[in-house]
Structures are given as structure tokens and as C-alpha cells.
Design a protein around this ligand. Structure first.
Ligand code: PMP
Length: 389
């Protein structure tokens, strides 16, 4: 009999993907399910990006590239980091990855030994707690509390810190809670990381999806942070390029040298077509991003207004990403039961907060990356279902 490796024993299938599969099954059975589960922009990739990829492919971009990716893309990433974040990187300090997902895997796996501890937001996007486990390391969830506006509380980090703590992960803006860390919060977190000589992994994939005139600040830009931060970013969310599988890592040369060895043996490099598409995304007009973010803002405002009128549920107005973290405590149901209730009574699919960590109990994540028409239908159905409680 072939048995799985010990490191895979405690790795479940992603609960988000599980719901995605269940929704597809119910849809096939003829039910009209509105999926607000998956975190995927419903927009098509802007056409100039698709066209640039097609032209590059026709022009012969069908061969292997450098492990880190084509130089033009890495140079464009460096320009972006300089202009948007005030960060200076050399193109040799950039690795183009198979989505941010690969960046998460490579950054954690290149620096974790068995027994090492990682401070991870709880709740947070699922990979951050499972990949440390695959490495024999221990994720320690630091709570993001609603009453604290889902800001990081350094007192929690201090409490969870041990001599084995090696990495601190931050997601800003956050999936699943949609919070944006304030400048003074980041300042305190940076000071904590420097004082305790931690490596920081900063996932900035939602950086461009931010509202109310706020601007994202990279934690790598604080004093003493560039040399200890691995910035992860990508194209899936900002440019509606989820299926392309392209992201990047930016980090100091010594850290990149380690990660590039792992990256090389896992994937050689990310797909050349995706790289040409990403280059067009960075160098082309940015108005499609502005337009998509404006559309997300309208949807956010709509969903939050409707939730405000409902019984037994509430939410904070998120400052970024495209998720509302719905507080369901007053319903008396736990997150999984409420998710099932919504799926079967309202035919609306969401994700239980517990999929993202123990502190997600009492919440479900609603992704408003769906058309206003579908959101309106979903909110009507949810309101009706809640009335029956
Ligand atoms: N990081 C976060 C915080 C995410 O929400 C996601 C996707 N849901 C990813 C990384 C993965 O992104 P990609 O599709 O580029 O692999």
C-alpha cells in the first residue's frame, strides 16, 4: 500500500476549493447558486494585456526564459516598486513566480526548518498556515480582531514570540477581512521585527485594491526593513489575471539567491506567455485598474449598506481587497452551519471564517467580486433567509 508522506498527513484540501466544488455540483443539478465564495475578479483581463501576450507568442516567445523571468519584466517590476513604494531593487533581486502562491511556498520553504515558528495572521488566506506545516514548522496565529478594526496588535506578537520564532507574515490588505494596516500600526510591527531579528513576508497582492483615497504602504519601506523583508505581489487581483499564474518576489540578493534555487528546481520559471502579459500589465495604461477598483468600491458600498439593514448580521466597511467579513454571532450559528444555511436556504455560497483560522469563528467571508446584479439578488435572498430565523 502506498501511504502519504507524514508531512501531508495534516494538510487538508482547501476549504475554499471544497466550497467551489460543491457549488459547481449544485449548479449542475440545476440550482441557481450565486457564488460569493471564491476570491476572483469577474472582469476579463484587459485586452491590451491579452494582445501583447498573443503577439509575443506569435513572435516566438515559446522558449525557456531565465529562471527569474525575462529581464524586461523584472526591470518593469523594479520601476513599479520604486514609483509606487519608494523601494529600490535590482532586477537580479526579483523572481517572477507561478502566481503569488508559488512565492508563498518558496519564501516560507526556503527559510523554515522543522520546529521553527511562524507568526501568521488569524484569520488569513489558507496557504500561510499549511505551508509551514509541510515544512515541519509551526504556524502561530496572531489574532486580527474586529473590535480593533482588524489591525495588528503588537502585544499579540510579543505574547506569541519565542526563541524559535523566525518569520512574521503580514497580509496587507488582508484576505479574508479586507483591512488595511494603518501607517502607525506598520511602524510598530516593523520596529518589533527589527528588534527581534525576524524575517518578514509581506503579501501585497491586494495593494491596488484599496478605497477611500488611501494608499498602500509596504512594510519593506520602514527603517531597517528592506534587508529583512520578502515582498510578494502579483497580477491576479489588480489586473484580473487569476488564470495566468504570475506573480513576483522582491527581496535582498542574499535571500533571493536561496529562493531562486528552490524556485528553479520546482518550476524552472513561470510560463513565458504569462510573463509577457505581466509586462504589458505594468507598462500599459493603468486606467483599467482604476475602473475595476471603482467598480469594486460601488459593490462594497452596496453590500455593506444592505448588510446594515439586515437582522442578526453586521460588518465593518473594509478598506481594501474585495471581501466583507460578516459577523454572524447573533444568529447563534457557527460559521460552518451558517455557510450551509446560506447555501441551502438562500442558494448563496460564502466561505466560513473558520477556513481562515480559529479566530474566524463567528464570521463568514463574502467575496463581492461579482456583478452588482448578482450581489443584489444575493443580498435579497440573504435578507429573506435571515428573516426566517
Ligand atoms: N495571497 C493572498 C493573500 C491571496 O488572497 C491569494 C489568492 N486568493 C494569493 C496570495 C494567491 O495568488 P495567486 O493567484 O497570484 O497565486
Amino acid at each position: 500500500m502506498i501511504v502519504q508522506s507524514r508531512k501531508m498527513e495534516n494538510i487538508p484540501f482547501s476549504p475554499i476549493r471544497k466550497i467551489f466544488a460543491e457549488v459547481e455540483k449544485l449548479k449542475k443539478e440545476g440550482l441557481d447558486i450565486i457564488g460569493l465564495g471564491i476570491g476572483e475578479p469577474d472582469f476579463a483581463t484587459p485586452s491590451h494585456i491579452t494582445e501583447a501576450m498573443a503577439a509575443a507568442t506569435r513572435g516566438g516567445a515559446t522558449h525557456y526564459t531565465a529562471n527569474k523571468g525575462i529581464l524586461g519584466l523584472r526591470e518593469a517590476v523594479c520601476r513599479k516598486l520604486k514609483v509606487d513604494d519608494g523601494l529600490e531593487y535590482d532586477p537580479e533581486e526579483i523572481i517572477c513566480t507561478v502566481g503569488v502562491s508559488e512565492g508563498v511556498f518558496v519564501s516560507l520553504s526556503s527559510f523554515l526548518d522543522p520546529g521553527d515558528e511562524v507568526l501568521v495572521p488569524d484569520p488569513s488566506w489558507v496557504s500561510y498556515s499549511h505551508i509551514p506545516v509541510m515544512n515541519g514548522a509551526v504556524p502561530k496565529g496572531y489574532p486580527l480582531r474586529e473590535e480593533n478594526d482588524f489591525q495588528i496588535d503588537v502585544a499579540d506578537l510579543e505574547r506569541l514570540l519565542t526563541p524559535k520564532t523566525k518569520i512574521l507574515v503580514i497580509l496587507d490588505p488582508s484576505n479574508p477581512v479586507g483591512s488595511v494596516q494603518e501607517k502607525d500600526t506598520l511602524e510598530k510591527v516593523a520596529e518589533f521585527a527589527v528588534r527581534n531579528d525576524l524575517l518578514v513576508i509581506s503579501d501585497e497582492i491586494y495593494e491596488k485594491i484599496i478605497y477611500d483615497g488611501k494608499k498602500h504602504i509596504s512594510i519593506a519601506s520602514f527603517p531597517g526593513m528592506r534587508e529583512r523583508t520578502i515582498v510578494l505581489n502579483g497580477f491576479a487581483k489588480a489586473y484580473a489575471m487569476t488564470g495566468w499564474r504570475i506573480g513576483y518576489i522582491a527581496a535582498p540578493a542574499e535571500l533571493v539567491a536561496v529562493m531562486n534555487r528552490m524556485h528553479m528546481y520546482i518550476v524552472t520559471h513561470t510560463g513565458v506567455q504569462a510573463q509577457w502579459g505581466a509586462l504589458a500589465a505594468l507598462e500599459g495604461p493603468q486606467d483599467p485598474v482604476v475602473e475595476m477598483v471603482e467598480e469594486f468600491r460601488k459593490r462594497r458600498d452596496f453590500v455593506c449598506r444592505r448588510i446594515g439593514e439586515m437582522k442578526k448580521v453586521s460588518c465593518r466597511v473594509p478598506g481594501g481587497a474585495f471581501y466583507v467579513f460578516l459577523n454572524i454571532r447573533e444568529t447563534g450559528m457557527n460559521a460552518e452551519d451558517f455557510t450551509r444555511f446560506l447555501l441551502h436556504e438562500a442558494h448563496v455560497a460564502v466561505v466560513p471564517g473558520t477556513a481562515f483560522g480559529a479566530h474566524g469563528e463567528g464570521y463568514v467571508r463574502i467575496s463581492y467580486a461579482a456583478s452588482l446584479e448578482n450581489l443584489e439578488k444575493a443580498m435579497d435572498r440573504m435578507e429573506n433567509a435571515l428573516r426566517s430565523l
